[in-house]
Design a protein around this ligand. Structure first.
Ligand SMILES: [Zn+2]
Length: 161
């Protein structure tokens, strides 16, 4: 059975043929369609999230992701971190991302949450935003004091829209 690029078929197809090809590709699970009603883009099966709006295959926007090895973070710490992040972007008149992901670091031979975060805007990410010296960094220290992250842990905090 020959393999081919679906895009080559779609490029050669008329609108009507393209609609049928897409429908078959979704049925065959080669593509999945974003369930966000404002988006609806076709995504290749290799993408876990829509590259345009960031919703997952079940139509959920990016949410909090707490490492499975980590305990259930107390609500007051989660709320404080979310508020500190929102304030950080507002104070700098920077666009509020959908979420921020922090990673584990062992720079000083202790296990900490890094004050560097990855920003999520819809389906794309912007790496390495430095929250050093801010309330965000303070809250991350409180979080580490509550429970130190483990090797390779990632913590995603969704921000209110
Ligand atoms: Zn989408």
């Amino acid at each position: 059975m020959p393999t081919f690029e679906l895009s080559e078929l779609l490029n050669a197809a008329t609108d009507e043929e393209g609609t049928i090809l897409r429908r078959v590709a979704i049925k065959a699970k080669v593509l999945w369609q974003c369930r966000n009603s404002d988006c609806g883009l076709d995504m290749p099966r290799t993408e876990a999230r829509c590259t345009s709006c960031g919703h997952d295959r079940d139509g959920r926007p990016i949410g909090d992701r707490i490492p499975p090895t980590y305990g259930a973070i107390p609500d007051e710490l989660l709320t404080a971190l979310r508020a500190a992040l929102a304030e950080w972007f507002t104070e700098r008149s920077r666009p509020l991302p959908d979420a921020v992901t922090f990673t584990y670091t062992d720079m000083y031979e202790s296990h900490d949450w890094s004050e560097w975060g990855t920003l999520h805007f819809g389906g794309h990410t912007e790496p390495c935003c430095n929250f050093d010296g801010s309330d965000v960094a303070e809250t991350l220290i409180e979080l580490t004091e509550w429970e130190a992250p483990h090797w390779c842990d990632k913590l995603t905090i969704a921000l209110p829209r």
